[in-house]
Design a binder for this molecule. Structure first.
Ligand SMILES: *Cc1c(COP(=O)(O)O)cnc(C)c1O
Length: 412
C-alpha cells in the first residue's frame, strides 16, 4: 500500500475505534415513508422531506417539463448565460412566498451560507453564532476570515456579552467602514429539533446595532400562517436582514436560497462567490422547487402541514408513554418535525439503530462530528405521508429494541 493510502487507512481505523465510522447506503426507491435498501423494505423516519413533496407527482411532472423545454443542464454560470426563465420564475415565487422584495437561488443551502457570509464579512468583522449552528454556517464563518464567536445554545446572556465585546472592539476597517457584526442562528435546529429564540435575538441585535441572518432550513413550509417559516410565526420577518433556507427539505427539490431586500440580492449577485463561480442549478431542480413552493401555499400544503403536526403529536404522546427522554423542545412548548432520542454513547446509538433496522424501521444514529461527542442520538423525522399506523409501528419497534437492549445488559 502506498504511504498515502496507508495514512488514510490509519485515520479510518481510528474513526472505527471511536464508533464513528460511517458508510453510504443506497436507496432502491424514491424518498418516502417506505424505502427499499438492499432488497428489504423499511419504514423510514430519516428524511427531511417533511411535506412528502420529493416524490410528489406534480413536482416530478414539472421537472420533466422543464427538462423538455430547457434541457438537463444549465450549461453556464448565472452571470454568464446560465440564467434561464425557470431561475427567474423560482426567484419571483420565492420572494412572493416569503414576503420579501427579492430572492436568489443557489445550488445548495450550503452554497448559500458560504456565499452570503463570505460576501458580507471580512477580516475586520465579527460573526456571532449559536454553538449548535449547522456546519455550513461554521464553515462559512471560517472561510470569511471574520472573527468567530459562539454563544452556548440559545444562551441570550452569552450572546449579549459577545455583542458588548464586539461593540467595544469596533474599529474602522481597511475600507474605512466600521466593523460589521453579524449574528447567525437557525430557526429550527437540525439535530435538536428545538427553536431559536428569534424574538429575543432580534431585540438584542437591534439594541447593539448588529445584523441578523436566520437559517430556516427546517422551518420553511411548516410554520406561520403562510408556512413561510418561524420568522413569520414570530412576526419578525421584516426585522431579519438575511433569511436563508434550502429547497431540499420541505420544498422537496434541491438548492438553497437567500431572501431579503432587493439591494441585498443585487449585492450578492455581484459578490457571492459560490453564486458567481458555479454553474446555475439545473432547470429540473429549480422548476420542481417552484412547484413545491406553490403546493406549500395551497390548500394541499395546509393539509400536508397539519398532517405533520398530527403525526408529531402522536409520536410525542407515544414516546412519553415509553418514558423516552426527548429534546428540550417539548418542555418549552415549541415543536418541530425533528424528534431526537438522546442516547449519549456513540456505540449504543448505533446498536439501537441496528436493532430497529432488524425490526424493519430505519432511523439514523447521529454521532460526532454532527453532534458533540457523547451526545449521540437517534434522530426521528416525521413527514406528512406517515400514517398513524406508521407511528404506532415505530413506537412498538422502539419498545422492543429497548427491551432487547435491557436483556443484553443483564448479567448471565
Ligand atoms: C440541510 C441544511 C442546510 C444545507 O442545505 P442543503 O441544501 O442541503 O445544502 C443548511 N442549514 C441547515 C440548518 C440544514 O439543516
Amino acid at each position: 500500500m502506498s504511504e498515502f493510502l496507508a495514512e488514510l487507512s490509519e485515520d479510518l481505523n481510528s474513526i472505527r475505534q471511536q464508533g464513528l465510522y460511517r458508510e453510504l447506503r443506497a436507496l432502491e426507491s424514491p424518498q418516502a415513508p417506505r424505502i427499499r435498501i438492499a432488497g428489504r423494505e423499511y419504514l423510514s423516519f430519516s428524511s427531511n422531506d417533511y411535506l412528502g413533496l420529493a416524490n410528489h407527482s406534480r413536482l416530478k411532472q414539472t421537472a420533466i417539463d422543464a427538462i423538455e423545454h430547457f434541457g438537463a443542464g444549465a450549461g453556464s454560470s448565472r452571470l454568464v448565460a446560465g440564467t434561464l426563465a425557470p431561475h427567474q420564475d423560482l426567484e419571483q415565487a420565492l420572494a412572493q412566498f416569503k414576503g420579501t422584495e427579492a430572492a436568489l437561488c443557489f445550488c445548495s443551502g450550503y452554497a448559500a451560507a458560504v456565499g452570503v457570509i463570505g460576501a458580507l464579512l471580512g477580516r475586520s468583522d465579527v460573526i456571532v453564532i449559536d454553538k449548535r449552528a449547522h456546519a455550513c454556517i461554521i464553515d462559512a464563518a471560517r472561510m470569511s476570515g471574520a472573527k468567530l464567536r459562539a454563544f452556548a445554545h440559545n444562551d441570550l446572556d452569552g450572546l449579549e456579552h459577545i455583542l458588548q465585546w464586539a461593540n467595544g472592539n469596533s474599529v474602522r476597517g481597511s475600507g474605512g467602514r466600521s466593523t460589521r457584526v453579524l449574528v447567525v442562528t437557525e430557526s429550527v435546529f437540525s439535530m435538536d429539533g428545538d427553536c431559536g429564540r428569534l424574538a429575543e435575538i432580534v431585540e438584542l441585535k437591534n439594541r447593539y446595532g448588529a445584523w441578523l441572518m436566520v437559517d430556516e432550513a427546517h422551518a420553511t413550509g411548516l410554520y406561520g400562517e403562510h408556512r413561510r417559516g418561524l420568522a413569520e410565526a414570530y412576526g419578525i420577518g421584516d426585522q431579519i436582514e438575511i433569511q436563508m433556507g434550502t429547497l431540499s427539505k420541505a420544498v422537496g427539490s434541491s438548492g438553497g436560497y437567500i431572501v431579503g431586500a432587493r439591494i441585498l440580492i443585487e449585492f450578492l449577485v455581484n459578490r457571492a462567490r459560490s453564486f458567481i463561480y458555479s454553474t446555475a442549478p439545473p432547470p429540473a431542480a429549480v422548476a420542481a422547487a417552484r412547484a413545491g413552493i406553490e403546493i406549500i401555499q395551497s390548500d394541499e400544503g395546509a393539509r400536508r402541514c397539519r398532517a405533520v403536526w398530527d403525526r408529531v403529536a402522536e409520536l410525542m404522546d407515544g414516546l412519553s408513554r415509553l418514558k423516552r427522554p426527548t429534546n428540550s423542545a417539548a418542555s418549552d412548548g415549541s415543536k418541530s418535525a425533528i424528534i431526537p432520542l438522546l442516547i449519549g454513547d456513540e456505540g449504543e446509538a448505533v446498536t439501537i439503530a441496528s436493532a430497529l433496522r432488524e425490526r424493519g424501521v430505519f432511523v439514523p444514529a447521529i454521532r460526532y462530528p454532527t453532534v458533540a461527542r457523547g451526545a449521540a442520538r437517534l434522530r426521528l423525522s416525521v413527514t406528512a405521508d406517515h400514517t398513524s399506523a406508521d407511528i404506532q409501528q415505530l413506537l412498538t419497534a422502539l419498545a422492543q429494541a429497548d427491551e432487547a437492549s435491557r436483556q443484553d445488559a443483564l448479567p448471565n
